[in-house]
Design a protein around this ligand. Sequence first.
Ligand SMILES: N[C@@H](CCC(=O)N[C@@H](CS)C(=O)NCC(=O)O)C(=O)O
Length: 203
Amino acid sequence: MTDLLLYGHPDSGHACKVALALRLAHLPHRVETVDIWAPPETRQPAFLAANPASEVPCLMIDGVPHVQSGAILIEIAERFGVLGGGDAARMRRGLEILFWEANRIGMCVPQLLAAAKDAGDFPPDVIRWLKNRYAADCARFDLYLGQAPFLHGPEPGIGDCAVWGYTQWLDRAGLAPTGAMADWLERMRALPGMAAPEVLFPA
Ligand SMILES: N[C@@H](CCC(=O)N[C@@H](CS)C(=O)NCC(=O)O)C(=O)O
């Protein structure tokens, strides 16, 4: 059996994307929490050796480090034939959603989350720009979801995991979901295997 070890942190939406994918795919794995708020050089030596950039997530697959959440999600789907892997159309959908999320929602929501924590660091024009981007992202989310329960259709896939990463904290970022997004968030929360970030990455 493949040995899987995921390094992450409960405040990292990027790490949550990968942890959720492993759980939805029923892939047995271990997790290790890395203190992303501590100076990088104080993090676990094994983690630093595997990933000199010292960012989470980092998924060790049979001892080989895999970094960048989108790349890890693609690796999981293709290697294990899950969450869109093994089906050309579902995988294409996953890639489209992953690239869109990384450029759009995955850009503005984390920044607005940070701004909500410490508004002093963000000039009002920047906040306005990020919120305008988020409004455009909402419209695109609704378009991509259409009438389906999940972004991949009847079943969730890696694209849903990617978008979940930061939309799980919209309220903390002071953002409202669209109606369709709120319903999707509810369906995501109800998935067997879903868990709070603190459960995914215990202290
Ligand atoms: N583009 C990367 C982003 C990874 C990232 O920004 N990780 C943050 C947490 S969300 C981190 O590890 N920060 C701690 C640090 O850089 O020292 C991905 O998709 O995995």
